[in-house]
Design a protein around this ligand. Structure first.
Ligand code: ARG
Length: 466
């Protein structure tokens, strides 16, 4: 790989006289991962050349040549025919420029980089690529939320236990559980839209760090590339990988939500619960135990959250403590970005697949409801008769104890037994309290588990999906 003078062919090689350590050549390279932004790199270069043509740094004829040459470079990449020259094509920027020179001649190709640096070039290409990837993820997230809300609507009748501390707490609608995560994911969608805005700002024209000395029209380039605005300081333009860090922070928090969502569904899919069953498309069997059906999709979603947190923390460690502007450490942002984006994109789609094919078992959910979960409703019954809650809580607790002592479920205690505990219990107490549907329907406040409140929540999320 290393010839007697391997730096001679490199675009920055003029000043370097002795060869690189062959391992250093590969250690330094980013072509194997940044090649995926070949199209963005070319689009950025064309916008840059067009702006330089307006300044008279290139003739219109030279610009046409550059466009034609890049057209061919683009097709070679598209058709998987681009030949990377090992040890020479250090990154996508040098590879594209090297190939352009071979096609249109070094005389014209050599003018392209006037006033530009790979520092602003790389940040531009990465931002263009990431913006498009995040927009696709936004679409996937919208689909996931659509499945969440349409299931919530269709299955609004199903009641199940709501848990705190993973102990049965109070009856809820299954739809309410769905929307509890739907609310997290809707927040994630809003945050993602914010992140995309900041990713979609143009650093091109920052040069190596001080800006462009030829008066290049940065706004025109930004507009051509579909950016929403500029990075307003050239040093920040080349120093910044916050757009990747912020993406990974977003991703980490999204994965934390997905991980909890998965954990709930894993629990609900056990034989002990039996509330849900995963479709075969998202489960696997055991190589040893023929009866097993494992929720691998959910376990992977939960597991991959760790990987995304790792990327976020790793890149923050690489970026902290760097001196101003560009340092090669920033090249470390590539692999975390690429793997983070792929992990998130796959994960949202897998979660959507799991949720849209999941079966639910409302009778199992219902069977898990027990009358003691209405102990709070029993206390509320007396509150409605004017008894202070602290007192009714205590009275209801005594009813729970009595049922335990008698070895019966709470709703099987007689009115007389209840009145022995507190004479303010009326003859209507059993029908008024021991009905799960009624209990749920009482929670009509905004955000509650009644049908009306759940429908309101669906409408709020749907608003975001327009
Ligand atoms: N491959 C480099 C990266 O991804 C491109 C920028 C190189 N700039 C430089 N001054 N060496 O960070």
């Amino acid at each position: 790989m290393a010839s007697s003078k391997p730096t001679a062919n490199m675009l920055w090689g003029g000043r370097f006289t002795s060869g690189l350590d062959p391992l250093m050549v590969t250690y330094n390279e980013s072509i194997h991962f940044d090649r995926r932004i070949y199209a963005q790199d070319i689009r950025g270069s064309i916008a840059y050349a067009r702006a330089n043509t307006k300044l008279g740094l290139l003739t219109p004829k030279e610009f046409k040549e550059i466009e034609r040459g890049f057209g061919q470079v683009m097709s070679e990449w598209d058709e998987d025919a681009f030949k990377i020259v090992p040890g020479v094509d250090e990154d996508i920027h040098t590879a594209n420029e090297r190939r352009l020179g071979e096609i249109i001649g070094k005389e014209i190709a050599g003018k392209l980089h006037t006033g530009r640096s790979r520092n602003d070039q790389v940040a531009t290409g990465m931002r263009l690529w990431l913006r498009d990837e995040l927009r696709a993820i936004e679409e996937h997230l919208v689909s996931f939320l659509r499945v969440t809300t349409s299931r919530a609507k269709a299955e609004i009748a199903a009641l199940m236990p709501g848990y705190t501390h993973l102990q049965r707490a109070m009856p809820i609608r299954w739809a309410h559980w769905l929307l509890s995560y739907g609310t997290f994911f809707a927040d994630d969608l809003e945050r993602l839209r914010e992140v995309i805005k900041r990713v979609n700002r143009c650093p091109l024209g920052s040069g190596a760090l001080v800006g462009n000395g030829f008066g290049i029209d940065r706004d025109a380039m930004a507009e051509e590339l579909g950016f929403e605005g500029l990075i307003n300081n050239s040093m920040a333009g080349v120093a910044d990988r916050d757009f990747v860090i912020e993406t990974l922070q977003w991703a980490a928090s999204f994965m934390a939500h997905i991980s909890r969502w998965s954990e709930d569904l894993i629990i609900y899919s056990t034989a002990e619960f039996g509330f849900v069953r995963l479709a075969d498309a998202y489960s696997t069997g055991s190589s040893l135990m023929p009866q097993k059906k494992n929720p691998d999709s959910l376990e992977l979603l939960r597991g991959k959250s760790g990987r995304v947190f790792g990327h976020m923390a790793g890149l923050m460690m690489s970026a902290k403590g760097l001196p101003s502007t560009y340092n090669k450490d920033l090249q470390e942002s590539w692999e975390t970005m690429i793997d983070g984006v792929k992990t998130i994109s796959d994960s949202v789609q897998i979660a959507t697949g799991v949720l849209s094919t999941l079966s639910i078992f409302p009778e199992k959910m219902r069977a898990a409801l027990t009358p003691d979960m209405l102990a709070t409703d029993l206390a509320d019954y007396l509150v409605r008769k004017g008894v202070p809650f602290r007192e009714t809580h205590h009275i209801s607790g005594r009813v729970v104890a009595l049922a335990e002592q008698e070895g019966v479920l709470m709703d099987k205690l007689s009115v007389e037994q209840l009145q022995d505990v507190d004479e303010r219990f009326g003859d209507d107490v059993v029908q008024a309290v021991f009905d799960f549907e009624q209990s749920v329907e009482k929670r009509t406040s905004k955000g509650g588990t009644s049908k009306k409140s759940v429908l309101e929540q669906i409408a709020i999320i749907q608003e975001l999906l327009q």
